[in-house]
Design a protein around this ligand. Sequence first.
Ligand code: BGC
Length: 560
Amino acid sequence: MPDQADDNHGASGDPASSDTWWRTAVVYQVYIRSFADGNADGIGDIAGLRARIPHLAALGVDAIWVNPWYPSPQADAGYDVSDYRDIDPAYGTLEEADALIAECHAAGLRVFLDIVPNHTSSEHPWFQQALAGDASARERYLFRPGRGDDGELPPNDWHSNFGGPAWTRTTDPDGRPGDWYLHLFAPEQPDLDWDNPVVRAEFEDVLRFWFDRGVDGFRIDVAHGLAKEPGLPDAGEREPGAHHDEPHPAWDHDDVHDIYRAWRKIGDGYDPPRVFVAESWAPSNERLALYVRPDELHTAFQFDFLRAPFDAAVFRRVVDDARARAAEVGAPSTWVLSNHDVVRQVTRYARSQPDHMVESRWERLRWPSEEPDLERGRRRARAAALLVLALPGSVYLYQGEELGLEEVEDLPDERRQDPIWTQGGHTDPGRDGCRVPLPWGGSEPPYGFSPEGAAEPWLPQPTTWAGLTAAAQEDDPSSTLNLYRQALRLRRALLEEAASFQWIDSPPELLAFRRGDLECWLNTGDRPVPLPHGQVLLGSDPGSEGGLLPVDAAVWVVTM
Ligand code: BGC
């Protein structure tokens, strides 16, 4: 394939400038509940995050994205927001948020927040007013009469992403059974009606509220869900909660794009412009590209790596398809190996790999009979990190991946908090296993997550993490933490301005590409292979220096 225009450059071909920093940014996802606990209640908070800014600066990321920190009953770990303009007391105060933003900026880190526009909490004043019978408040949500003789059946056949029907019936103020309301997630997360201009105006104002405080951008939760097909028709046979790879009247409706055109204008009105990243599970990369057209959002997560087995041929297809579609609209790709909703990559790669993209939430790998080989999973995760960090575009890292943490699969059932576990009738363990509080130091739980004498962490940490703490990895040159640090440093020095991407011909079990003077080689086969000529700058496996590229390893080589 000939050299392609690099994703560092827009459709206009302008080189990356400070206003286009987001095209190549490495963004670190802070799952605040589990990052660091400053006030000793066993729950992460802003104070803990502020104290750990040096960790993020030393890692070398460009920005952080903080998961929802707003007041919330926490029915879905903060994705049920009851006030979009404040901070949950468990996490701190607005003043602390302001201080965090200022301190991040001083450390060279930009700050993204997470906006949750598809639904509010059922405790949000709007929904409470709606339940009390306020007609204009009801019009901000999707209340509908039920079907059946007495309205006893849900208005359509949609399923909640967390299991069960997507509708809950309300009781009228006079005590009689009333209408149903839509919730694509938990019943505590009623969906908003985005055809209502009041809803639009409210969220535009929320954006300005945070942009005025210095926030640099937003991750948009469920960005593909806001506009539903008019009339809310039945969906038919489509599997509930799958990866939205077939059209569904609840998801990815064309009307959603108007909302983001308006948001883009708001972001562009700031100096420097504020930016957006969409969480959009669109059914194809073609549909995903529509979200990142020049007058819409800047970036959208490319989620295919989350479903891809550790296989060079599959990885290559993922990269090719994503890049080709994004290039058509002049957008960069935004690579993700992990986040707070999926099984951590160390564990995904620790079992035998399917030969195809996994369709449902790694369910097949969740409670499998096969014992995970975590050492192998960790080797592969390190190799995959070198792959994505060498690709053109932007990369999101999920807290703890820089420590090589695995999914905690054996959490006691009574400690699980994810609504996927409860609402799904205890059939799916849910996402708590990737949300366990980070280990910072020390030899036993809470591993420095909380100050001494604190309450127990909100989810229990494994007793096996002493060797994975940030402190334990600090001085070990071959640790995963130092691999990420070196990769980020080299990426910044060598790749940000590199203007090319080119595949190198290689056997199917190898993935090899060149960017400028740098080559990235990945071996997913079952035999070591000779290393390419050149100087090895970085290897995911310390064995890479012996002239061979080991199995489950990647290297960065300079060939000048
Ligand atoms: C978030 C999830 C959340 C859901 C509902 C998502 O896609 O990433 O954590 O449960 O939206 O808000």
